[in-house]
Design a protein around this ligand. Structure first.
Ligand SMILES: *Cc1c(COP(=O)(O)O)cnc(C)c1O
Length: 362
């Protein structure tokens, strides 16, 4: 049996109670029930109400289930952008959102800073013609996170009624977002929710809905089964247009219920504690060097460091101790490491990782 603890940035370590919930899902034959049954509607409603509580989501937001964050990028553009979107880009994920807008034939523009850097809002001019402003709260490729105060400050710097979209795929539910200052946020479950991949969660407010309806009324294509209007009409009946990932929606509801019992305050506090353990170690390490120079821009959930010893070698050393860390993104595979610090990772597991790394590579 494989006992490895995965500190990889997604897929990652599963939330500790997932095996138990998997067993109960099998006992209740969740894989066989109809997605139009009352049993499914209850599973759906349970996951949504749990998320509303965990995230303190205002009433003018809907919670929608899609297949992945990649899909949500595409649906966001299709449903809310007639002509133009604007993207803050500082790594591979934020750049991919920008590219998707282009691939869908929109006029996309970006404000880009070098890999490993964050943004200084005062130097960014947001085009007044942009209908959607894309922010990435946690750039998983580089380990740069946008301070939540900056996410909140974008609205005041926007002269138009553009919709503000926040990719919080690898940080949700850690940032304490004021949802009245944005219009949409999204995540996929294989990062901070500690679940198997295959489910994207899209939070959208009434302004996004109104935009999609207006585009559709003007004869504009907003997609088919996963248009916002189609998703919303089914969501009202606790259903999805297609046959969804019922098992994962069930597991999400269970994990979120446990997160609510633990309390989001404690989850956030532990995230800070574990991040400090990792960053303090990286700072004194002779092998590693913290990749993000500006402390205010360092992620607490995806911690990136330059490494002298290739990442694959480090993982060979860690393997007998049943631990694995993430490699660098793309061509940084061997000269950077990415260490996930998600709610599924306990303080004790992070302490054990830091202790072993210090012993093995200095
Ligand atoms: C992982 C990730 C995505 C893509 O998620 P998928 O579920 O694979 O589509 C998008 N944005 C960020 C910031 C991510 O970390």
């Amino acid at each position: 049996m494989e006992n490895k603890v995965f500190f990889t940035p997604g897929p990652s370590e599963l939330y500790p109670t997932v095996p138990r919930h998997m067993a109960s899902a099998m006992e209740n034959k969740i894989g066989s029930i109809s997605h139009r049954s009352q049993q499914f509607k209850d599973i759906y409603a349970h996951a949504v109400s749990g998320l509303r509580q965990l995230l303190q989501l205002p009433d003018n937001y809907e919670v929608l289930f899609l297949s992945s964050a990649n899909e949500i990028w595409e649906r966001s553009i299709q449903n809310t952008v007639e002509q133009e979107s604007f993207h803050l880009v500082n790594g591979s994920f934020s750049d991919r959102f920008y590219e998707i807008a282009q691939e869908l034939g929109r006029k996309a523009s970006k404000y880009e800073v070098p890999f490993g850097e964050g943004f200084h809002l005062e130097s960014i001019a947001i085009p007044a013609s942009a209908e959607l402003i894309a922010l990435t709260h946690n750039e998983t490729s580089s380990g740069v996170s946008m301070p939540v105060t900056d996410v909140h400050a974008v609205r005041a710097r926007t002269t138009s009624d553009a919709l503000i979209f926040v990719d919080a795929v690898s940080s949700m539910p850690i940032p304490d977002i004021d949802y009245s200052l944005i219009d949409s946020a999204f995540f996929s479950v294989q990062k901070c929710f500690g679940l198997p991949a295959g489910l994207g969660v899209w939070l959208v407010n009434d302004r996004c809905m109104a935009k999609a309806e207006a585009l559709q009324a003007n004869g504009f294509s907003v997609g088919s089964y996963h248009s916002l209007t189609s998703l919303l009409s089914k969501a009202k009946a606790h259903q999805t247009p297609e046959t969804p990932n019922v098992l994962n929606i069930y597991l999400l509801g269970q994990v979120v219920e446990e997160m609510n019992k633990k309390g989001i305050g404690l989850i956030r506090q532990e995230t800070e504690t574990k991040a400090s353990l990792i960053y303090d170690y990286l700072e004194r390490s002779t092998n590693f060097d913290i990749a993000v120079q500006e402390p205010a821009h360092r992620s607490t959930t995806t911690i990136v460091a330059n490494t002298i010893l290739p990442t694959s070698e480090i993982n060979k050393h860690l393997s007998p101790y049943d631990m694995a860390i993430g490699s660098g993104y793309g061509n940084r595979k061997e000269n950077q490491v990415r260490i996930a610090n998600f709610p599924a990772h306990s303080v004790a597991q992070v302490q054990a990782l830091v202790y072993k790394l210090e012993e093995l590579v200095g």
